[in-house]
Design a protein around this ligand. Structure first.
Ligand SMILES: [Zn+2]
Length: 686
């Protein structure tokens, strides 16, 4: 729930032109009257453009795997989705689900040409029955992904053929018998089709689409019942009852399926209107945290749900899918905790599991990740190579699916509101061009070094002044956010949504100051994680990067390198801090973000202290200096950092200055720190 809903009216005489009581936004179609209206409306692809460090990140992605992998990976080079005779299942659509938004957000002709070369054969493949895609594929699952591709492509290009193909496919689903078996991906992931289905309904007004989605909801796996019961909890984990198989039970304990499915009750809530489905979403998220929660808002699964200890892995596919689920859920419910978690995942889990140049990724990331190599780990079902940074560690799904993370996050930074306004959902440098008020085009440029710093500036541009409400999400961690606009100053509580209704003149500026106090979060074995704003901080460890040669299905590409990383400095530190007086003995250095040489794509914001750039001489954007003490008995077990001893830990050495850097920059890291029992060394820390 939004705790507070501040409504600030600038001038009592101004009419609420946007609040006429009409259902939805006059510029962006909402759900029909028979359904619940969503809290916010996603803007069409292309409305939000990246700026600043986010632009550099997307450019790196374009010059990294996303812009190149379909030129050398045989599964994409020869994909049946592009009219050849190779892979005909999910890999092509997965890749396009990230390539399409990236191409249009960057307005990059080379990438847009790539998109067109894939899209034309897909559009041409539609048959009289409405089925489409490669002839040799008869599985509905990859079409659920392809549907999201065509949806985004239509929004950006206006190519009506995409709308026709999608309408035809939903007509096919309407006329064909349900085919959503629990033992198959298409069954456990069946409600993914509802994302595209409801979008299509909003675009076309074709009301029979709700019958299709009702049939899918009723004839596929019951995720709502699953979240209510949550069978794979800590007790099941402790008893070894999590089904580590690929049958119907195992698929419900599969980390990526879980990350996708958390949005399914929320999607269905729009049509059913029953609170039970809303509740299932929020209780499901709570249960993930409680039973499998990891630092930075994610949950573990390597590759089945695998508990809270920080040596367990989280698969990259589940990070980008959880992000997408949260983006959808935020638009439906408008609950700010969902956007808080979205930022956590983007700025920590996503950045931490790829190299900054987006040429290498992990399959599984760990919170306490002190060695990256192919030695055997305690993974539930994954292979030994799962935590190296490489082209295709363990299995190729992430190589195909990782591309959607940043572009869809960028797209979700802004949404439209039902009173013809706009809301800044998550913060990052960007420009939104959208219709507001009486349908006038407005441009808002957001300038910020967020997530490293808490100052955000919004500058308005339009041909003429426009009356519309401008909303700001205040993150839950922010105490007393300060907002300045039109010579006024106001404060807002963490977790609230601020509404500023005004006549916005060209050149008007709103500034938002989010105080970034350091805080801690309790984690496994009574340990703590240090956080500041939306960033999680990890111990900086000196590293030895070793490139290794891995044979992937007998192909390799010289542009990508597989990295093992070994620690060259101690990592077994407990924190010497006083939780009751946390600021004492902590020094924060904020480095000047604008001085980072973005023009050279090798020098990315997340590459400070990162892979490949061993000669990198810049520090991380934020460095926290604090004190730690080595814990002699805390050593390597199963080729990972052993489980940290239970806090508080008896001190046995001297306190040393240690450096914490953003999790995303720290490719080796300790993130869950034991606490040294400072009562025993009071003199020393004074
Ligand atoms: Zn994957």
């Amino acid at each position: 729930m939004n705790k507070t809903f501040l409504s600030i009216t600038l001038a009592a005489l101004l009419l609420f032109t946007g609040c006429s009581g009409k259902h939805g936004n006059i510029s962006y179609p909402g759900n029909p009257e028979t359904m619940k209206q969503t809290a916010y409306i996603k803007l069409p692809l292309g409305a939000v453009k990246p700026e600043g460090w986010l632009l550099s990140q997307l450019e790196a992605q374009a010059e990294g795997l996303t812009g190149n992998v379909d030129d050398f990976w045989p599964d994409l080079v020869n994909s049946s989705w592009r009219g050849k005779d190779g892979e005909a299942w999910e890999r092509g659509p997965y890749f396009l689900d990230g390539l399409v938004p990236l191409a249009y957000q960057l307005d990059d002709e080379r990438l847009k040409n790539k998109v067109q070369n894939w899209i034309e054969p897909i559009l041409a493949s539609a048959t009289d029955t409405g089925w489409y895609g490669p002839q040799k594929n008869s599985d509905r699952w990859p079409l659920a992904v392809a549907g999201k591709v065509l949806m985004q492509y239509y929004e950006a290009s206006g190519d009506k053929r995409a709308l026709d193909v999608l309408t035809g496919y939903f007509r096919y689903l309407h006329d064909a018998p349900p085919d959503w078996p629990d033992k198959d991906w298409r069954g456990v992931r069946a409600m993914e089709n509802a994302v595209t289905g409801y979008w299509l309904l909003r675009q076309t007004g074709e009301k029979w689409i709700t019958d299709v989605i009702e049939s899918i909801q009723k004839n596929s796996f019951d995720w709502t019942g699953y979240y209510e019961k949550f069978p794979w909890d800590s007790a099941a984990s402790a008893d070894g009852k999590i089904p580590l198989n690929w049958g119907p039970e195992g698929l419900t304990a599969h980390v990526v399926n879980n990350a996708m499915a958390i949005k399914y009750p929320g999607l269905w809530y729009q049509q059913s209107g029953e609170e039970r489905f809303r509740n299932a979403v929020f209780s499901g998220i709570e249960k993930y945290d409680l039973n499998h929660g990891q630092a930075g808002g994610r949950f573990s699964g390597d590759e089945h749900l695998s508990g809270k200890s920080p040596d367990r892995g989280t698969e990259l596919c589940s990070v980008v899918e959880y992000m997408y689920s949260l983006e959808e859920l935020y638009s439906i419910f408008g609950d700010n905790s969902l956007a808080d978690r979205l930022e956590l995942l983007a700025f920590n889990a996503l950045t931490g599991t790829t190299t900054a140049d987006m040429w290498a990724h992990q399959y599984d990331q760990q919170s306490n990740q002190v060695i990256v190599n192919g030695d055997k780990r305690a993974w539930s079902t994954n292979g030994n190579y799962s935590n190296i940074y490489g082209l295709m560690p363990n299995f190729a799904c992430c190589l195909a699916n990782m591309h959607q993370g940043w572009p869809k996050f960028t797209q979700s930074l802004w949404m439209a509101t039902n009173d013809n306004g706009l809301i800044a959902v998550a913060f990052s440098p960007s420009t939104v061009t959208a219709k507001a008020g009486n349908g006038k085009e407005v441009v808002i440029t957001e300038t910020t070094d967020y997530p490293f710093k808490g100052e955000v500036k919004f500058e308005f541009r339009s041909d003429d002044p426009v009356n519309f409400p401008f909303y700001l999400r205040i993150p839950g961690w922010a105490e007393n956010a300060v907002i300045k606009y039109k010579n006024k100053t106001t404060e807002a509580e963490g977790g609230s949504t601020v509404r500023l209704y005004a006549r916005w003149d060209p050149g008007d500026v709103v500034t938002l100051s989010l105080p970034m106090e350091i805080r801690t979060e309790k984690r496994y074995n009574n340990s703590v994680t240090v956080m500041r704003g939306p960033l999680v901080y990890s111990l900086r460890i000196d590293k030895d990067y070793r490139s290794v040669k891995i044979n992937y299905d007998n192909f390799a590409y010289k542009g990508s390198i597989d990295w093992e990383i070994y620690p060259e400095s101690p990592w077994n530190y407990g924190l010497v801090i006083d939780l009751n007086n946390f600021g004492r003995g902590i020094e924060i250095t904020e480095n000047e973000i604008s001085k980072y040489p973005f023009a050279d794509k090798g020098d990315m914001i997340w590459s400070a202290d990162s892979a490949r750039y061993i000669t990198w001489d810049k520090d991380a954007p934020v460095v926290i200096k604090t004190r730690g003490m080595k814990i002699a008995g805390w050593t390597i077990e199963n080729n990972s950092a052993g489980i940290q001893p239970r806090s508080p830990v008896t001190p046995e050495g001297i306190a040393e200055v240690i450096h914490l850097v953003p999790y995303g920059s720290a490719k080796l890291r300790i993130t869950e720190f034991p606490l040294i029992d400072i009562r025993q060394i009071v003199d020393e820390i004074r």
